[in-house]
Design a protein around this ligand. Structure first.
Ligand code: V07
Length: 248
């Protein structure tokens, strides 16, 4: 193991974030730089998920949410969408046994509409086959959009008000949270640490409500290059910020 700089500080001696969310950006550019098809970048991106998920689980992180597909991604070329919709199935057949060995539970946050049936079946199979695991939750944001999520919550809450089940003045943060797509995450619904790879410094409609108090971390590496070492470096930075914060 490397003994350089801040990695000599033991990462396990200080709190790790409960909920880490990642915008896995740079798969296309990674492929372009190598003269490869974009799909090769997505394929390598799956390997990066494996490395980072197992590392996060080892560190004791409770929830890892990955932005796999946004509601805006439907604008991409049909060929690319077709490729992307097959990735959950590939991921499932290759990694579910390993996720089970590591007690990792798969969940999904997103809208069902427009997602092809074969993709939904793969995803629900992964969820089903890992549902009894009690370790980290590997949560895929799939056909997810933050504003659409908030609009959906408002519509559901409005129906409760219309039917007399809820008074407008009773609408508070917990009522709203309970109507978001992440309600299943319970006490870990809020993101503590947001990572975005590939140099872009934007939130891009990702978990708008849930990122209200999170620390942001932007890194220039492309997602397919992500590994245990880069992930630990990010977590050490979170711990550094927490120390400064806790000191006052
Ligand atoms: C996708 C690979 C990683 C880089 C970012 C974009 C491409 C894993 C999944 C997945 C989704 C749901 C699920 C299991 C796995 C996935 C899409 C794209 C659309 F239950 N990777 N990955 N889905 N990429």
């Amino acid at each position: 193991m490397s003994n350089n700089n801040n990695s000599s500080r033991n990462i396990l001696n200080e709190p790790v974030p409960n909920h880490v969310a990642i915008i896995m950006d740079g798969n296309g550019r990674w492929a372009q730089e190598r003269g490869l098809d974009r799909s090769e970048g997505h394929k390598e991106g799956v390997e990066a998920i494996r490395r980072v998920a197992l590392s996060a689980n080892d560190l004791g992180i409770k929830v890892l949410t990955l932005y796999a597909f946004s509601t805006e991604n439907w604008k991409r070329p049909v060929k690319e969408i077709q490729y992307l919709m097959a990735l959950p199935g590939q991921f499932l057949s290759r990694f579910v046994p390993e996720l089970n060995e590591n007690n990792v539970k798969v969940t999904v946050t997103g809208f069902k509409k427009r997602v092809p049936d074969f993709t939904k079946r793969s995803i629900y199979q992964a969820v089903e086959e890992t549902k009894n695991n009690t370790g980290m939750i590997l949560n895929f944001a799939f056909n997810y959009g933050g504003r659409a999520e908030i609009i959906n919550a408002i519509q559901e809450i409005a129906i409760d008000v219309e039917n007399g089940r809820l008074k407008p003045e009773a609408i508070d943060e917990s009522v709203v949270s309970n109507h978001l797509l992440t309600a299943q995450l319970g006490e870990y619904q809020d993101v503590d640490f947001l990572i975005r790879s590939s140099g872009e410094k934007r939130l891009s409609n990702f978990l708008l409500w849930q990122n209200a108090y999170s620390e942001f971390y932007f890194t220039k590496e492309f997602w397919p290059d992500y590994n245990e070492e880069l992930f630990e470096k990010a977590i050490l930075e979170y711990q550094r910020r927490n120390r400064r914060f806790g000191g006052v």
